[in-house]
Design a protein around this ligand. Sequence first.
Ligand code: UD1
Ligand code: UDP
Length: 372
Amino acid sequence: MAHVLGARPNFVKAAPVIAALSGPRGSASGAGREQRVIHTGQHYDERMSEVFFRELGLPEPDVNLGVGSGSHAAQTAAIMVALEKEFIERSPELVMVYGDVNSTIAAALVAAKLHIPVAHVEAGLRSFDMTMPEEVNRRLVDQLSNLLFVTSPEAVGHLAAEGVVGRSHGGGRKDLDRVHFVGNPMIDTLLAHLDSFDTEAVRAAHGLPERYIVATLHRPANVDDPQVAAGLVKRLHEIADLADVVMPVHPRGRRVLTEAGLDDHPRVTLLEPLGYVDFVAAVRGAAAAVTDSGGVQEETTILGVPCLTVRPNTERPITITHGTNRLVTADGLVSAVEQALASSGDEREVPPLWDGKAGPRIARIAEGWLDG
Ligand code: UD1
Ligand code: UDP
């Protein structure tokens, strides 16, 4: 089986799946199947890649395709060309893809054309916003996948509406076996490391104040256009007048946000991207999170930290209905932060099956499907 990983969120999602597939097979005895880990090289900085392999116990990639950055077409195409060679040489029995990044669609498309079955972890999420590259990737990957692992119940309905449930996909497999609601492997990773998230250690290591808001921004809609980014910087400065702002800066927004003067405020602390353990520890200790990240919406739901998502929509509505998430505009951000700071902690419910066992469920189903 081949796992195709490329970007930071892939690593967090894949770790529990690969671990479960590498252990004893299902309920039967004996060794797990061979797990080949292919890193496309979409993310390559030590802080965006290696640190996750180290901290999450991921096996070293068997191969790194080293594609690096580029336009959507250039990056996706480079991954496809390299993966085609890899898949032809190795003929994996199944290709496992994660989330919605360019590495995910590239791998699904190459595998499907080579008649290699595809399994998609985190299928069926929809923002219904086709201006997001991730939405394009998700929709297409789901159409190409033979096995679809769903993190949230409404995703099953999205797949059904797109004709994914109950449609023949060749290979003689039963159609109804394609979609499986298994829970959230990103939350498996979070729960597995709960004891390691030491907010005091992160505070000491990075000189963080007692009370702070953690911020992350990297969506093209927020950080690519200098004018939009400058508007957000203005709001972050207003927030910093209320409480310190700590921001591990994603490389995508670094230049534009810095040029817009993000660190020209005494209560804004900019950090390099943090490793997983330090990052989640910082979120856990925060009074609130301001973000446009998909993963952070889910992590704050479990950690009970108020989350203000600077986006017009989310593909993760369960983080609003069950968790602490709220969608905000740039203009509404400061008052939303004020409310979050005044709140005594939001009521929340753990979404169904976000119980730390998604990886083993995926492993059991994938093995059964391959054996079937
Ligand atoms: C990608 C995903 C996005 C995901 C994000 C997670 C796509 C289309 N987007 O966005 O869905 O939320 O990862 O973090 O796949 N760069 C570096 N070092 C790195 C990697 C990137 O400096 O290790 C810089 C480069 O200038 C690059 C830019 O970041 O051009 C964007 O990287 P890219 O992988 O294309 O997209 P992300 O914005 O990271
Ligand atoms: N993350 C991290 N360090 C950081 C920022 C994020 O370890 O400085 C982790 C965090 O667990 C998050 C995951 O990386 O959920 C993916 O984050 P990102 O926001 O890059 O991607 P998205 O979830 O938006 O696709």
